[in-house]
Design a protein around this ligand. Structure first.
Ligand code: C2O
Ligand code: CU
Length: 486
């Protein structure tokens, strides 16, 4: 296997390979017939993408508020969400200024899903000093993988996400045939009262159960946006769940859709029926736009009644269906060596307090009555992430040897779902006791109630890496730890 480093340095194109084939041999999957092209070669010369973020509160009118503004947090003067595009091989230099007025509001930027060096990972106290109000810090890295990613702060994230402080990062270069259009669709709810003000972003009930949900659903900050697409054209949809809480089960009505990438990583394409996306998860779809005058919809089937999230209206096009789309380039993620892999088990559970609350009926006792002194509702291997600001996080959940392969067994001992995320690495999905999914890579896997999942990866990136639930209220009430790779 060619290492990631060699790939980045520009290994020349090799014959078409299939991760399906690699998976079939190593993981015992039946190999789908489709193949991926060899991993993409970074473009030369590369560019440097300079980003200048000034994180601040900016009164912003979201389209569904009829002109009324909300105090959103943003990276600069753009519409929600900020979308950054670069090409594989490009270097990103991001200057980040903390322009927040509250002196206690420290920030750092985590580049979710990117396998970059630990020093750029953006976790306060673990990988860097937080950026204090009024000060500036810089990130400088070259994304090693193509795909659909996002970035966000890593402390007080429930409030920051709630106020819209999330950006999308697209690393282009995985297409062997360009799609006719490329549409980013960031799903995020807003917690807004009838009067159009923010509601509290967290509640004890929500934090100890399935999370505190938004009241208005949106895609790209618009409720049910419509996009014009060329009839018969090949459209790439990049769908991101950047909600702090909501799990969606997305599907497409009115057009054929295939899944082409998961969490940014190209996968052997398979037809989409529906795909369950917890917070932080992404999928890329290829769809064929319907005939002119017709429309297709992005739908969430998770609710009892399917919810239309956005629409694609076909207008006449001269390019219609002329070309077939070639395969995407395979990911650069190193394969895990399963025969020599060490197996580690992680149990996701509730603490005694969390357990007590989650068993209360939804309309039950006011939680003040429980005298919650510290909000620790959730745990990994019986440990909670207590008091992050003081760094009383204790030793890592596990110590991994650099270069070794690992199988993580994730066990859900609760009745809630947990999107489990690892920093700096990418999991290969192996199996679940409850369902069968096509072979794929992901940095966030949705662990369903009572589910056991096995994932594998090669610990090839040294450092202290966060490992946590991405339902942000769970993360902030204990379901977080870190692993050390050295
Ligand atoms: Cu989006 Cu620690 O993660
Ligand atoms: Cu969780």
């Amino acid at each position: 296997m060619v290492s990631r480093r060699e790939m980045i340095c520009g290994a020349s194109a090799v014959a078409t390979i299939g991760i399906a084939g690699a998976f079939a041999g190593r993981y015992g999957f039946a190999a789908p017939a489709q193949h991926l092209a060899s991993p993409a070669v970074p473009r030369l010369p590369a560019s440097t993408i300079k980003l200048d973020f000034n994180i601040a509160e900016r009164p912003t009118a979201l389209p569904f508020l009829g002109g009324k503004t909300l105090p959103l947090l943003s990276f600069g003067d753009q519409e929600f969400p900020l979308i950054v595009r670069c090409k594989l091989g490009d270097r990103i230099v991001a200057r980040v200024t903390n322009g927040l007025k509250n002196m206690a509001d420290q920030v750092s930027i985590h580049w979710h899903g990117l396998r970059i060096p630990n020093g750029s990972d953006g976790v306060p106290f673990i990988t860097q000093k937080p950026i204090e109000a009024g000060s500036t810090s810089q990130y400088d890295f070259t994304p090693p993988d193509t795909g659909t990613y996002f970035f966000h702060t890593h402390c007080n994230s429930v409030e920051h996400f709630g106020k819209g402080l999330v950006g999308v990062l697209i690393v282009e270069g995985d297409e062997t045939t360009p799609y006719d259009a490329d549409i980013v669709l960031a799903m995020k709810d807003w917690r807004i009262s009838g009067e159009g003000n923010f509601l509290p972003f967290t509640t004890n009930e929500g934090a100890a159960k399935g999370g505190t949900f938004g009241t208005v659903r949106s895609v790209n900050g618009i409720s049910r946006p419509t996009y014009d697409v060329g009839a018969g054209e090949n459209i790439r949809l990049r769908i991101l769940n950047v909600d702090p809480t909501r799990i969606s089960e997305v599907g497409i009505e009115g057009a054929e859709a295939e899944v082409i990438a998961i969490d940014g990583n190209a996968c052997p394409p398979f037809p989409l029926k529906s795909w369950r996306m917890g917070p932080a998860m992404r999928i890329d779809l290829g769809i064929k736009a319907p005939p002119a005058g017709m429309s297709a919809q992005l739908v969430d089937y998770y609710a009892p009644q399917p919810v239309v999230l956005s629409e694609f209206k076909s207008i006449p096009s001269s390019r219609a269906g002329v070309r077939n789309i070639g395969p995407l380039h395979a990911p650069h993620v190193a394969s895990a060596d399963l025969s020599g892999a060490e197996r580690l088990t992680f149990a996701f559970s509730a603490t005694a307090t969390g357990q007590a609350i989650s068993e209360l009926p939804d309309t039950g006792i006011p939680l003040g009555a429980l005298c919650l002194s510290q909000k620790s509702f959730w745990a990994i291997n019986k440990r909670t992430w207590a008091n992050m600001a003081d760094m009383k996080s204790g030793p890592p959940l596990a110590e991994l040897k650099l270069g070794r392969s690992y199988i993580f067994e994730l066990i859900n001992q609760t009745s809630r779902a947990h999107p489990v995320h690892i920093h700096g690495h990418t999991f290969a999905w192996l199996k679940s006791n409850l369902r069968t999914l096509p072979p794929h890579y992901g940095d966030t896997v949705l662990l369903l109630p009572k589910e056991r999942i096995e994932v594998a990866f090669k610990a090839d990136n040294p450092g202290n890496w966060m490992f946590h639930c991405h339902l942000l209220e769970h993360q902030e009430t204990g379901m977080m730890g870190y692993i050390r790779v050295s």
